[in-house]
Design a protein around this ligand. Structure first.
Ligand code: NAD
Length: 289
């Protein structure tokens, strides 16, 4: 069974690590921040423990067995033994760019690199490596261990072999996949980020409240979550960074971030992960939900 390297233990990386460890893979989970790794370990153990209660029908698993398959580490050298790598660091080109040279050196030449990004074109990331044919976009949805489908993105040089290798890896952990061509934001976030940003403008202009914006989408359109709740789940910092990537890539002002979004990020209100965004959260759950 493939050993999986997961880089970045934030909102997404920990979910990706949980997914593969639950399905029996050994995982090396790397972050630069010790506190991200310890909170990832706690969250994964909690998720596994409560899964049968929260999602009836989920098999009961031993949290210690799942976390025991994960090597939580700040040492990227440990990625030398992985068979497949999935990168999930901060959505900032200045963070992703310097990382890939090191990953290319540490990982064996045949190892595919899955890039989990919200908006950065895969071809741009692939150009940082000497293995552009083995670089593929793996846009996991949040929470990564629960959402059924992954958006796969074929970069300019991604080979058919890399696409089929990635598909079989995902099949093995019960994930569906939809393959799209490379473009900033791909399919999902070209649409979702604009929708979220426009919802923030509605709030900014006083047209409606956050609660009512979300209610309208749920009750009128039948969406599982409204756009502002979705932004809180993604992380307002990640939404802002994604809009900046889209704005820069297309040079189109339709992606300009709403000033209210920038203000909330500056104020440290990043959504669910900080307890406050457009809504308030306690232990990750919405207050007055
Ligand atoms: P996050 O801010 O929650 O976590 C990022 C993690 O990367 C942090 O723990 C940070 O310490 C770590 N990191 C930064 N530099 C590093 C380095 N050089 N080496 C190792 N670790 C490093 O971000 P996130 O929400 O998990 O997003 C990660 C990626 O996934 C982004 O590119 C984002 O666009 C994408 N994404 C996010 C979502 C979402 O809903 N949040 C969904 C799909 C894709």
């Amino acid at each position: 069974m493939d050993r999986i390297g997961v880089v970045g233990a934030g909102t997404m990386g920990r979910g990706v690590a949980q997914l593969f460890a639950e399905h029996g893979h050994e995982v090396v989970l790397v972050d630069v921040a010790e506190h991200a790794l310890s909170s990832a370990r706690d969250e994964i153990a909690r998720n596994v423990r409560f899964a049968p209660l929260v999602r009836p029908g989920t098999p009961a698993r031993d949290p210690a067995e799942v976390t025991g398959r994960i090597d939580f580490t700040v040492e990227p050298e440990r990625l030398g033994r992985v068979d497949f790598l999935i990168e999930n660091v901060t959505e900032d080109w200045e963070v992703k760019r310097p990382l890939y040279g090191g990953l290319d050196t540490v990982c064996r030449p045949g190892v595919p690199f899955g890039v989990n990004t919200s908006a950065i074109p895969i071809t741009r990331v692939a150009a940082l490596t000497g293995r552009a044919d083995r670089v593929i976009g793996m846009h996991f949805m949040n929470p990564a261990h629960l959402k059924p489908t992954v958006e796969l993105i074929r970069g300019h040089h991604t080979s058919d072999g890399t696409v089929s290798r990635t598909r079989s890896l995902l099949d093995g952990v019960g994930k569906g996949h939809v393959l799209v061509e490379d473009s900033s934001g791909f399919v999902t976030n070209r649409v979702a980020m604009l929708t979220i940003n426009e919802a923030v403008f509605l709030l900014h202009e006083g047209v409606s409240t956050a609660a009512d914006v979300d209610r309208l989408f749920k009750e009128c359109f039948g969406h599982a979550m409204g756009p502002l709740e979705t932004a809180d789940l993604i992380g307002l910092d990640t939404v802002l960074l994604s809009l900046k990537v889209l704005c820069d890539h297309f040079g189109d002002p339709k992606y300009r971030p709403c000033p209210l979004l920038t203000r909330l990020v500056d104020a440290g209100l990043h959504g669910r992960k900080t307890g406050q965004g457009f809504h308030s959260y306690e232990s990750g759950e919405r207050r007055n939900g």
